[in-house]
Design a protein around this ligand. Structure first.
Ligand SMILES: O=C(CO)COP(=O)(O)O
Length: 271
């Protein structure tokens, strides 16, 4: 399908086919946290680092995205969970709106492992049909996190593989899910899922060094890339961090090279 091929190229324009997505879709789901309370400023700093794509809800596209049109691919988020329904994604926009907004892809949240898994998967299946019909790539943010999954089980290789594979079974083009915590186990997830797999940033890393190492490890495990949010938009030097992560994802630099680059870029930003 030529429409989808063209849009996938906008998401992953480089020869390596890797994907570096950023996201600012958290406000309804997790609250208006630092970094999202100054969304215009955050978007300017994030896009200055040269990510491939950025994910947001429709109102933020309307109010804030125009300066970045043509500079970074746009992913419209079609669903959200909420502060009062943390394990239940609901649809808040559709594929037609994404096309009207000029989006290059749509993304859909889906929580598996709970009593509501059937309605979550039914929603993903419905949107997959629509996305396929319009030739717009479908990204899913799919996590094993329902009420039958407790504690660290949301990062187990079995549960993450189940979630990612469910998305692949339903025709998702790029799956974003939890990192299992080490490259060997994540390689098993990638191997069991016959489409592109990326990770979310989550809250497991406390330092830039840890975050960069996680990124290096998932790329080495065969991931297509990442979609990162909170750590990036709450980092004191957003643009240097985005530039550095881009080099890890697209140019294969080591953790040590990345840390040296980050230090240099942070220094240049200060002077
Ligand atoms: O995609 C995400 C939220 O939708 C992931 O963002 P975090 O890096 O904040 O986990």
């Amino acid at each position: 399908m030529i429409g989808k091929e063209i849009r996938l190229k906008r998401l992953m324009p480089t020869e390596d086919g890797k994907y570096f997505g950023l996201t600012v879709d958290h406000a309804i789901a997790r609250g208006v946290m630092p970094g999202l309370d100054c969304i215009r400023d955050t978007l300017a700093k994030m896009t200055a680092g040269g990510p491939n794509a950025i994910t947001m809800h429709k109102g933020i596209v309307d109010q804030c995205f125009t300066p970045y049109a043509g500079k970074v691919a746009l992913v419209l988020k079609l669903t959200t969970f909420g502060v009062y329904h943390p394990d239940d994604d609901v649809q808040v926009a559709d594929v037609e709106e994404a096309i009207c907004m000029g989006a290059d892809a749509v993304s859909v949240g889906c929580i598996v492992g709970g009593d509501n898994q059937e309605t979550q998967l039914a929603m993903l299946g419905r949107i997959s049909k629509e996305a396929h019909r319009y030739g717009i790539p479908l990204i899913s943010h799919i996590y094993p996190r329902g009420n039958h999954i407790t504690g660290s089980d949301q990062y187990s290789v079995e549960n993450v593989t189940y979630a990612a594979r469910a998305a692949a079974e339903l025709g998702v083009d790029l799956i974003k899910t939890n990192y299992t915590g080490d490259p060997d186990s994540f390689a098993k997830v990638v191997q069991a899922v016959p489409t592109r797999v990326a990770i979310a940033g989550g809250t497991g890393c406390k330092t830039a060094a840890e975050y960069i190492k996680m990124t290096r490890d998932v790329m080495d495990a065969g991931a297509i890339g990442v979609t990162y949010g909170r750590f990036v938009f709450q980092y004191p030097h957003i643009t240097p961090l985005v530039k550095t992560l881009s080099q890890v994802i697209h140019n294969g630099i080591s953790v040590q090279q990345a840390m040296e680059l980050l230090e240099q870029l942070e220094h240049e930003e200060k002077v």
